[in-house]
Design a protein around this ligand. Structure first.
Ligand code: 3AM
Length: 172
């Protein structure tokens, strides 16, 4: 099963992100992320054997992130997969520490492969047809604060119209 660790936005922020996703799709085309799927990926684990799930669920339940407030203030894109996202202009030390600490634990469990860089972002569109990031910045400057604390372990399913996610565990 394909798993990843993420932060899920509180409902009011999810609504704001969904509005931005609508604007992005109007400008850029592509596949809009469903509201329920909006998230910040902290660690992509890839395929994990089902036999390892219970230990992983227990480990996630033992995590107790201190939490923080992430400032989202920019549009961005990953050109190759054609993703349009929103994120922060500056490094967020609390998110960096959270991501690094999670990878320390995951490596000890022998799960996943730590990426060489971490660019915190919330994907709003996949397979965009036009990367109109400049016009989006002009039309809808991003100014959102994400008060985060709890981690979620998510399973990703591939369906005909894209990926769907199911929460399997939460941290404290
Ligand atoms: O939607 P975002 O960008 O937060 O891009 C995938 C998505 O992140 C990423 O994991 C999240 C859940 O699918 N992802 C998928 N395949 C990946 C891979 N091979 C990957 N990240 C790194 N390596």
């Amino acid at each position: 099963m394909r798993l990843f660790l993420a932060l899920e936005p509180p409902d009011d922020l999810r609504e704001r992100l969904a509005t931005l996703a609508d604007l992005a799709q109007a400008r850029c085309g592509g596949r809009r992320m469903p509201d329920a799927s909006l998230h910040l990926t902290l660690a992509f684990l890839g395929e994990v054997d089902e036999g390892r799930l219970s230990a992983l669920v227990e480990w996630v339940g033992c995590q107790a992130p201190t939490g923080g407030i992430w400032r989202l203030d920019r549009w961005g894109s990953f050109r190759r997969p054609g993703n349009v996202w929103v994120g922060g202009r500056t490094h967020d030390p609390a998110l960096d520490a959270l991501q690094a600490g999670l990878w320390n634990g995951l490596e000890a469990l022998g799960l996943g492969v730590r990426p060489t860089r971490f660019v915190p972002h919330v994907t709003l569109l996949r397979r965009a047809e036009r990367m109109a990031i400049g016009p989006l910045e002009a039309q809808a400057p991003v100014a959102l604060d994400w008060r985060w604390q709890r981690l979620t372990l998510l399973r990703s399913y591939t369906e005909q119209d894209g990926a769907r996610y199911k929460a399997l565990a939460h941290s404290a």
